[in-house]
Structures are given as C-alpha cells and as structure tokens.
Ligand binder design. Structure first.
Ligand code: 4NP
Length: 153
C-alpha cells in the first residue's frame, strides 16, 4: 500500500517544497511506493511557485520544483497522510493546532532523522538566505528518512 508523506513549513515556498522535490527524486530512483507532498501552515503563498532561490538551488543539484504550488495544511491531511514532517518547533505547534483529535498521521520533525546533527530545526532561509546549507540539511535528512521507512532486507 502506498505510504504517504507530507512535509510542512510556514510558507510552503522554501523548505517544504525543497523536501518534497528531494524526497520525490529519491523515491523515484529507489522505485518505492511512496507519495510525497508538502504544505504550509500559513496559507500566505497559496497557489505560488516555490521561492526562486529554492528552485535555483534545487536545479543546481538536479531536482525540479517547478510543478509545485504552495498550499495550506488542512485538517484532512491528518487523515490522508501517514507521516507529517515539520521543519521547526513553531511548525509543530501550528500543526498540533490544526490536527483533529485522534489524527491518523504520525508527526515528526525533519531533523529527528539526523540525530547526530547538532541543529534540531531546519533554519528558515526566507529572510536569512543560506539556501545551499538548508538544501544540504534537507537532502541528508530525506536520505535518512527514506532509509528509515523503506523495509529492510
Ligand atoms: P518557508 O519559508 O516556511 O520555508 O516556506 C517562509 C516563506 C515565507 C515566509 C516565511 C517563511 N513569509 O513570511 O512570507
């Protein structure tokens, strides 16, 4: 059965679209039965393409984000997806406010998959820049996530 994952950040134009693009690429390479999506808790950028800086960094690394459009996290996502993954603590607070009681989806933070990484949150690059470092972090965590959910041996 298809396993469904949604990445979540605040705007759904920088971090979570990057995670969606990377994991989708890795899933295609692995031939895994995993559906990948992303959303933002704010809805501020609904319908918009990912940030041009995220798209450029992804393109440089061989990933294409151009088919993605920003959307807002919905209550129904907690029934549809098996795993919902936030980027930082404030995303988790926002997610818990949206989640219905008895939600099916498990909730994690992306850097939970990199326990040795001193950073626990994926920094928000929107105002700060550092899209290359953010990409590195997200890519490493997506590889660890895929290894974690892919049946072993
Ligand atoms: P994201 O970054 O949550 O990684 O998509 C942001 C994008 C937009 C804004 C904040 C963070 N904003 O304030 O519009």
């Amino acid at each position: 059965m298809t396993y469904r994952i949604q990445f979540v950040c605040l705007g759904n134009i920088c971090r979570s679209p990057t995670a969606e693009g990377i994991l989708r690429g890795l899933v295609e390479q692995a031939g895994a039965d995993i559906e990948v999506s992303s959303s933002g808790t704010s809805g501020w950028h609904n319908g918009k393409l990912p940030d041009a800086r995220s798209m450029a960094e992804a393109k440089r690394r061989g990933y294409d984000l151009s088919s993605q459009r920003s959307s807002q996290t919905a209550q129904s996502d907690f029934e549809y997806f098996d795993l919902i993954i936030g980027m930082d603590h404030s995303n988790m607070v926002n997610l818990r406010a949206i989640a219905p009681c008895g939600a099916k989806a498990k909730m994690k933070m992306l850097l939970d998959y990199l326990p040795e990484q001193p950073l626990r949150e994926v920094p928000d690059p929107y105002y700060e820049d550092g899209f290359d470092t953010v990409f590195d972090l997200i890519e490493a965590a997506c590889k660890a996530l895929l290894a974690d959910i892919t049946p072993k041996g």
